[in-house]
Design a protein around this ligand. Sequence first.
Ligand SMILES: Nc1nc2c(c(=O)[nH]1)N[C@H]1C(S)=C(S)[C@@H](COP(=O)(O)O)O[C@H]1N2
Ligand SMILES: [Mo]
Length: 246
Amino acid sequence: MSAISRRSMITRGLAAAAGLSGLAIAERVADRYGLVPPDRGGIYGPGATLTYAAQRLLTRHSLAREFSRSQISNPPFANEIAPLGDHFNRLQAESFKDWRLSIEGLVAQPASLSLDEVRRFPASRQITEIACEEGWSYVAEWIGTPLVDVLRAAGIMPQARYVVYFSIQGNWRDSVDMADAGHPQTLLAYAMNDADLPVAFGGPLRLRVPRQLGYKSVKFINRIVVTDSLKQFVSPEGEYSWYAGI
Ligand SMILES: Nc1nc2c(c(=O)[nH]1)N[C@H]1C(S)=C(S)[C@@H](COP(=O)(O)O)O[C@H]1N2
Ligand SMILES: [Mo]
């Protein structure tokens, strides 16, 4: 069966199951095809599974909308952040020369990259919208290294299923599956609107995941772990749904 007809068959199966017998059966269909998000069983229940399964089947390769330069928000709106602490302040005082991004887990060659090393990869630009779950959004141009380039350079192992990314800021961290980690618009962004990424917006380095809600675009990234399981990283009681596709 071709990929397309197999896909439409599964999609129809999901829709039919949801219509006939409720979400629980649709979830079982999704499970059979490996389309269950890792926070299944949490407070979002089968609804989260259906959203994720439908998005993965229908939009895996689609791009977030890109805007024209004239649509860039002026000024952009930075969400408030908790105080960053002494360690961050010392790094900032020295223009982040000692900032490191460590790449760990299921990679052939774990690495610890300086910002200059991250910037040495071919740069990618995108004018996209970041949307907070609380309702506001803004459009900006982000410039950075596609996450996939940094991961490929480290050698992604075949068992890899998720990428977990950590902020220097306390417990801020999140994760994406390999479809979003390898998506061409998922960027390690170090610049915004043609200047270094301001600290208020997550500088010196944030992940931009334009296919998902704002909270997945974690600021102040300093550690990335490639893994085959999120068991130790995602709690089912997490505040937000793990998959936040838009
Ligand atoms: N480290 C860190 N990353 C974070 C946050 C934060 O408070 N700390 N807020 C998140 C949320 S809820 C949103 S909506 C976006 C906001 O991005 P902005 O400040 O560029 O608008 O960043 C996300 N990344
Ligand atoms: Mo948010």
